[in-house]
Design a protein around this ligand. Structure first.
Ligand SMILES: Cc1cc2nc3c(=O)[nH]c(=O)nc-3n(C[C@H](O)[C@H](O)[C@H](O)COP(=O)(O)OP(=O)(O)OC[C@H]3O[C@@H](n4cnc5c(N)ncnc54)[C@H](O)[C@@H]3O)c2cc1C
Length: 406
């Protein structure tokens, strides 16, 4: 696949945009197709804002199935499951259960860590080359553990003690005093001082603007569709009209699964619905570092003068309409953790579908069609993994070894 190519990317979320930037940087001509009025309007819109480079352990881990069974009866559960008459859901759940063991989690976490750290270094270069403000900061990330067995396990799993530290409850509160009310309720925390935060929607707009200044780039508003073509290739249409290109990159988030169906390809993707609240908290209640309340799976990130709170994994919720019961559960969890931080009704709720694989490892791969590549399935970590995934994709376009799926 070496040499300059004409490449069309389907999807203007954070994954498609970063892929476009890396591919243009490698000298290719790139067209990005986006069906919405602007980029970054779907899963990339109001996500948790954590660039969680050092903390990339997939959701599938030992003990998660047991925890999830307990949560099923709890109204504030961080994970909820609605079984559907959908063989795709059952296959995904089976793959997820099979990945819920320590060894698979460690192997997959190592793959994600490589992608994340490569992306962190490259994003530094992109920022230095000039990007519009996207509320980027490097405040570090503190993961708070309420259960001591989970804290001890996380402390044992620290791979690089120069860049991650296990802290006592008092040390956690010294790092982030806004959560002082939790001191007696936590077992400890893991602090990763080099982790970052940023607004993903603003980042998408900053990427669009920087790409618009590149001669090899164009953005086309339209609905893309794929179909089997001739000679081992697949055919692309935009708004029903054939669209000529050397290579196609499918990066359409959760919609990628449906887009790949006419090709006879069943991508291992499922939409895990999650929620966020965005608020201007009262003075003194905006955390400086980004914080994860591990046992409740709630993340807190200060973005400018706003606080973004994200949480919940709803399996089997297929649309992005916020469910009032889940929002109420999230607000109740936050009220217990940061009492009085903000008023109800001033917390801009949002819901999105994380495009998740069972293992948490994205599909960055060739396909059985000579002209089709995938960059999909970034799940709960798409912002964090986006730039590293774009570099990996660019290597595959340049001829690097990659598995072919579908
Ligand atoms: C509640 C929540 C919190 C999160 N928190 C974090 C976090 O803190 N840190 C982190 O790293 N990640 C986080 N994530 C995950 C991250 O947001 C996603 O992994 C990421 O946004 C996925 O990006 P994407 O580009 O693959 O998908 P999307 O952003 O959904 O983009 C896909 C794009 O493709 C377009 N499209 C679809 N079909 C077509 C078509 N036929 N033609 C043209 N265009 C099409 C869509 O309009 C869309 O713009 C969170 C997600 C959620 C839901």
């Amino acid at each position: 696949m070496a040499g300059k190519r004409t490449i069309t990317i389907i999807g203007g979320g954070v994954i498609g945009l970063t892929a476009a930037r890396a591919l243009v940087g490698a000298g290719h001509d790139v067209t990005l197709i986006e069906r919405r009025e602007d980029v970054g309007q779907e899963a990339s819109f109001a996500n948790g804002g954590q660039l969680s480079y050092r903390y990339v352990s997939p959701l599938a881990d030992a003990g998660v199935v047991r925890d999830a069974l307990g949560w099923l009866l709890h109204p504030h559960a961080p994970i909820s499951l609605r079984l559907r008459a959908d063989p795709g859901q059952w296959r995904w759940l089976l793959g997820f259960i099979l990945a819920c063991n320590r060894q698979t989690n460690r192997t997959n976490a190592a793959i994600l860590l490589d992608l994340a750290l490569a992306g962190q270094a490259e994003l530094r270069r992109w920022r230095h080359a000039g990007l519009d403000d996207f509320l980027w900061r490097r405040p570090g990330k503190l993961v708070l553990y309420r259960e001591s067995s989970k804290f001890r396990r996380a402390a044992r799993a620290i791979a690089d003690p120069d860049r991650q530290r296990a802290l006592s409850p008092a040390e956690c509160m010294a790092v982030e005093p806004v959560f002082a009310g939790l001191q007696s309720r936590i077992a400890g925390g893991i602090f990763s001082p080099e982790d970052e935060v940023a607004d993903c929607a603003l980042f998408c707009v900053a990427m669009r603007k920087s790409l618009a200044a590149q001669p090899g780039f164009r953005l086309v508003r339209g609905e893309a569709a794929l179909a089997p073509g001739s000679g081992g290739r697949c055919a692309l249409a935009v708004n029903g009209r054939p669209f000529e290109t050397d290579l196609i990159v499918l990066a359409a988030g959760i919609a990628s699964r449906v887009l790949a169906h006419p090709l006879g390809i069943d991508l291992p993707l499922y939409g895990l619905k999650g929620y966020s609240l965005t608020t201007r908290p009262r003075p003194g209640t905006l955390p400086a570092v980004s914080v994860t309340d591990y046992d409740n799976r709630v993340v807190y990130a200060g973005l400018g003068d706003r606080l973004r709170i994200a949480a919940m994994v709803d399996i089997g919720a297929e649309d992005t309409t916020p469910d009032p019961r889940r929002l109420a559960a999230l607000r109740a969890l936050v009220a217990q953790t940061l009492p009085g931080a903000f008023d109800r009704g001033e917390d801009a709720p949002w819901a999105g579908l994380r495009p998740a694989t069972p293992t948490g490892v994205p599909v960055i791969a060739r396909s059985r069609y000579d002209n089709l590549l995938f960059n999909v399935g970034h799940g709960a970590l798409g912002f964090t993994l986006s730039v590293g995934s774009a570099l990996r994709l660019t290597d595959i376009v340049a001829g690097a070894d990659a598995r072919a799926i579908g």
